[in-house]
Design a protein around this ligand. Structure first.
Ligand code: AP5
Ligand code: MG
Length: 188
């Protein structure tokens, strides 16, 4: 199964993808984690940090290149879960072109819906425990703005294709997981 999980910063994409990946036995591919991993690369690192540490999107072509390199690996043959990609309509179109060249398609796009106040609270909580450069109050607000301005149109893109399933991401971890599994069960 090829599945996209989409939702604003703090919606629970990473948390739920880790569980779904075990349940469905497909890899969890987070473009955010891939980009953070390039920080140790002497050439790419400073360029990528310049975007992500301030909460701005990395360029579409760069993200697409990093992702498609990963998609070529054997463990992606039976499917994958995309976390944080696509984030622009251009990325969604590039993914469609990539898939149709392989005569493949997405099975579902799952939207995690969470209120802004809850997102801010979760990310500020996470900032106490983890050390992500973009989990400062100012950058959290900026990331949310980027999501609603630039990524929200991707939801319309998939809704028009009949692929979008919306799940209430404010439930408990277990309830969100169950809702996602149920939404996937409704796919034909
Ligand atoms: P990315 O790493 O994708 O970050 P994000 O979208 O900002 O989302 P987060 O990882 O912060 O949140 P999440 O939804 O994974 O939630 P989590 O499960 O951690 O991207 C980072 C940056 O990389 C971007 O800003 C951009 O610069 C760049 N980038 C990435 N992809 C890109 C792309 N395609 N194009 C261009 N640039 C790109 O949960 C959050 C917290 O809430 C956790 O502490 C968790 O324990 C808690 N929590 C989760 N679920 C629940 C629940 N149900 N109840 C209570 N608490 C919960
Ligand atoms: Mg994440």
């Amino acid at each position: 199964m090829r599945i996209v999980l989409i939702g604003p910063p703090g919606a629970g994409k990473g948390t739920q993808c880790r569980r779904l990946s075990a349940q469905l036995d497909v890899p969890h591919l987070s473009t955010g984690e891939m980009l953070r991993a390039t920080k140790s690369n002497p050439e790419l690192g400073p360029i990528v940090s310049g975007f992500i540490d301030d909460g701005n999107l990395a360029p579409d072509e760069l993200v697409m290149r990093i992702l498609t390199d990963r998609l070529q690996e054997d463990d992606c043959a039976a499917g994958y879960l995309l976390d944080g990609f696509p984030r622009t309509v251009a990325q969604a179109q590039m993914l469609d072109e990539y898939l149709s060249a392989k005569e493949q398609h997405l099975d579902a796009v799952l939207e995690l819906d969470v209120d802004r106040e809850v997102l801010i609270r979760r990310l500020l909580d996470r900032a106490q425990k983890e050390n992500r450069a973009d989990d400062t109050e100012q950058t959290i607000h900026h990331r949310l703005r980027v999501f609603f301005d630039v990524t929200a149109p991707v939801l319309d893109y998939y809704r028009e294709k009949g692929l979008l399933r919306k799940v209430d991401g404010e439930q408990s971890l277990d309830q969100v997981f169950e809702s996602l599994v149920r939404a996937l069960g409704e796919i034909h």
